[in-house]
Design a protein. Sequence first.
Length: 259
Amino acid sequence: MKLSQRLNTICEMIPPGSRLADIGSDHALLPTYAVSQGRAAFAIAGEVNRGPYDAASRQVAEAGLKEKIAVRLGDGLAAIRAGEVDVITIAGMGGALIVRILTEGKDKLEGVKRLILQPNVGEDLVRRWLLSEGWMLTGEQILEEEGKIYEVLTADRGESAEQVREHRDRLYAEIEIGEPPITLGRERLLDFGPFLAREASDVFREKWTGEIAKLERVAGSMGRSESEDARGKKEALERHIQFLKEVLACLPKDKPSSN
Ligand code: SAM
């Protein structure tokens, strides 16, 4: 069984022998692979939709893993019971939906030691949720596959409130880049990703070059407006684009890609 680079990157973040829940599992490729590789000792594949649920059930049966992978129909974390798993993966959906699933299922997170999250968009929302809920962001990867760029965020529970605080203060401490220097504080690091901004890989540059192009198209389509409000919005967007361009220009060059 061959996994996409995206799913493989997620799989590598699962500590060997974990009890895993993969929420929004679709064809259950990730739990099937994780169990067959020994990354997961046991897994739950959660799906809210009947079609993917049926596909997941078939996949697990064909792999001969019905004893080790439970396929369950349910919305988000409703598919699991509190204390059943220690690692949760949620991949391939928007950041807002991932945040909704985690928020609505907060009572199921007790005992969960690691979250591995791969939002397709809205990565900053996920980082903000992790920060506000006291999860320690411990790793970020960025990769490109078939013309799309993906970020994989890994977060762990701290052992004490003090450890979480120290980790947060270190991770989101202001950094200065370039000459003359630009300061990136907590808010900007939440946008860019604190690990990704420090690493500044080629894929990271490519992602933000693409974001700038998108925002420039939006600014272009805003046109001229008589209204002060609309003019203000356009000017704010143009200032943001300018800021992003300056950040990109300041990033250290020739960093390795995480691909
Ligand atoms: N996780 C797989 C991956 O990354 O390749 C599949 C991603 S697929 C694009 C998103 C899946 O999430 C769909 O199969 C969809 O049915 C499921 N999904 C969406 N909302 C969900 C929710 N609230 N609870 C469980 N599954 C959900």
